[in-house]
Design a protein around this ligand. Sequence first.
Ligand code: PAF
Length: 279
Amino acid sequence: MTICRTKAALTDLVNEWHRAGLTVALVPTMGYLHEGHASLMRIARKNADRVVVSVFVNPTQFGPNEDYAQYPRDEAHDFALLEREGVDAVLAPEPIEMYGEDATVSLTESELSKVMCGAFRPIHFAGVLTVCLKLINIARADVAVFGQKDAQQLASLRRMVRDLDVPVRIIGAPLIRESDGLALSSRNTYLSSDERTRALVLHEALDEAQAAYESGETDAAKVVAQIKARVAAVPGTRTDYVVAVDADSLRPVTKLRPNTLLALAVHVGKTRLIDNHIL
Ligand code: PAF
């Protein structure tokens, strides 16, 4: 595996691959890699000749009171996992290499990024879209793989690619869960064992909503209210939002139907967790 600390080192490498007729898949990550990330790499491997992973805790997608400084980092563990997964190259730059001293251009999406998490994290999606476009450009990626766990991120990235004619194919990869149903996230590491038990309510509430839909319930407001009530019954939780929206446009639906995204964001203690189901 080639370790690239500079953008130019990676671009030179992928240019060589492209000259040899090989295709390139990119998996952007913020490191602290887990099985969910590994599943993205395996999907990348099936869809291109070479796999590039970026490990970069992107400062521009964290608000001033968010966890940029505390975000977990473990490069040795990450590189070992990348080797094990047969990744061809990793881009692991410092923020100064990524942005220079004086970057003044960033991407704004004006609809999908304003709702759900965007309503609570106003600068988050501008930071995500900007860094992802940069990474796609640096890696000259033919394919880029993102997890369905961050459903709003995935929808916003698809919109960016559509609206800016970015020559990359976006692949959404299934959400991976622990055996007890907790969605895998690098932030799970913040949870105490008691909070981790409480956090199971996110997926339990979604499972119950899915079951209600499968037995004929289509009233979105009723199902959203049920999820809210189920979560509120667990002490130590605080809900940011629960929504039923179209998975592509993120516009609210009144009737549940296939491709409805049921999504929620909940604070468990000091940790903010997200989870979702697509019906
Ligand atoms: O999903 C993430 O880990 C990040 O938002 C991403 C896509 C790597 C951009 O920094």
